[in-house]
Write a protein that binds this ligand. Structure first.
Ligand code: GLC
Length: 441
């Protein structure tokens, strides 16, 4: 499959797509270094953005250049939203003639597509077998295709529950909920007791974008797949998806545990609401902990982080597997300097710094014995969360599949579609996508 085939089957009108593409090119151009130095030892590195990221990476670049004075690094920052980053790579890598891109941060869900499109240089020999095994196994699996490794994890993500323990304790709940039913009943009790218009029960990421898929799979009952393969095509597993969407709708409707505005929230919007003290619970990635605890945060010292709830109090819920990997452009004119930069950024010493300063969870489990455990949860529990995440399908067609599911999940939650209509539309799209792009499994 080529990236252009990917583009053909995306949703949305042509006009919207054109506007979006120009917008991303514009945004990306704004964040480019103005002086592009294309000397042989220059590495152009592209990555996501997060609060505080720029200054920390400027320091990492300084440390790297102290060790490698002959290599020059340009850091380019892309928008925060993973869908926007994907769109940027799509536009630039497809032409292969645009700005030099040597190393880029890849969301775990793009790997199959990028490898299949021949964009990445294999990096199997960057580390020994035992060093590869120092990474968490779910994220490590996303780097392997046909026995070759194509990228190195820089950090790992897994969905977590954030609870306002001051409020929970006030109403006699000593610990975070273990099941979804418990979360609803605790939120209900606190909302009634506080009787405060601006306090919500549970905020999460319900906007129509990739984060919605992560949230959605975390609501599914354990071991239930949302997509199943049948006759060389994919189908929605209605017996798991319908009750899950019904539950999510109940959070938004009669119980009003989650405000309708969650349908417009991504990670940062929900974090702002929670950090402002306006929600009892929040689902988010680990990065939100450091920010909740920073000086001046209204919820500093009041939050506990725990594994997500499940449908069975005996087993913790499983967060979606997220995180980013560093890949090297197959067409880079400078493979050796690029390899050095990737080795440096994925080294234990840098993983510790990224954890301490940005709160991004180290992708290497071996680092956990060397870091201080302040996460509002035991570090051992955080390790278990990261070892037991649920991956999204590692499939070159994942992006069109996800885009289509996002639209119908969002439509079903906001009431544009009945559940039945949403299911039928999902199945139609899945048939179309897997037929056009000849799904092979
Ligand atoms: C985080 C995760 C990434 C996921 C995205 C969804 O950035 O690391 O894997 O796709 O959130 O919003």
């Amino acid at each position: 499959m080529t990236l252009s085939a990917w583009n053909i089957c995306r949703n949305g009108s042509i006009n919207l797509r054109i506007v979006a593409i120009f917008w991303f090119i514009f945004c990306a151009a704004c964040s480019f270094d103005t002086t592009i130095d294309d000397s042989p030892n220059t590495v152009h590195y592209y990555q996501f953005s997060l609060p505080g990221l720029k200054s920390i990476f400027a320091e990492l670049k300084r440390q790297f250049q102290e060790k490698h004075p002959d290599i020059y690094i340009h850091i380019h920052t892309l928008p925060t939203n993973t869908d926007d980053q994907h769109q940027f790579y799509l536009t630039h890598l497809q032409s292969r003639k645009s700005a030099q891109m040597d190393v880029f941060a890849i969301d775990v869900i793009w790997m199959a597509e990028f490898v299949r499109a021949g964009l990445l240089l294999p990096v199997t020999d960057l580390y020994s077998k035992s060093e590869w095994e120092s990474f968490f196994s779910p994220i490590l699996k996303t780097t392997l295709f046909d026995n070759r490794r194509y990228a190195v994890p820089i950090f790992v993500d897994g969905g977590l529950l954030y609870s306002r323990m001051d409020l929970l304790r006030k109403y006699g709940f000593p610990s975070p909920p273990k099941t979804w039913e418990e979360l609803v009943s605790i939120a209900d009790t606190i909302l009634k007791g506080e009787n405060e218009d601006r306090l919500y029960g549970f905020v999460w990421q319900g906007r129509q974008y990739e984060g919605l898929i992560c949230n959605f799979i975390e609501f599914l009952p354990a071991n239930k797949e949302w997509l199943v393969a049948s006759n060389r095509t994919l189908q929605v597993n209605r017996s798991a998806v319908v009750p899950t969407l019904t539950f999510i709708r109940s959070l938004l409707s009669h119980k009003s545990v989650s405000p309708m505005s969650v349908l417009g929230m991504s990670e940062e919007e929900s974090r702002h609401v929670f950090q402002n003290g306006q929600s009892v619970f929040m689902r988010n990635w680990p990065y939100a902990w450091k920010l909740a605890q920073q000086t001046g945060s209204p919820i500093r010292g009041k939050v506990q982080v725990s594994p997500l709830p499940s449908w069975n109090s005996l087993e913790p819920g499983r967060g979606a597997l997220g995180g980013f990997l560093l890949g090297i452009n197959k067409d880079t004119p400078n493979p050796e300097p690029a390899r050095q930069w990737v080795r440096f950024l994925t080294s234990e010493e840098v993983q510790i710094q990224i954890w301490e300063q940005l709160g991004l969870t180290p992708a290497r489990k071996t680092v956990f014995s060397k870091i201080q455990g302040d996460m509002g949860m035991e570090m051992g529990v955080l390790m278990e969360v990261m070892e037991n995440t649920t991956p999204r399908p590692l499939n070159p067609l994942y992006i069109p599949i996800s885009q289509s599911m996002q639209a119908y999940i969002s439509g079903a939650l906001s009431g544009i579609y009945t559940l039945e209509e949403a299911m039928d539309r999902m199945d139609n799209d899945l048939r179309r996508i897997t037929r056009i792009l000849s799904y092979e499994n």
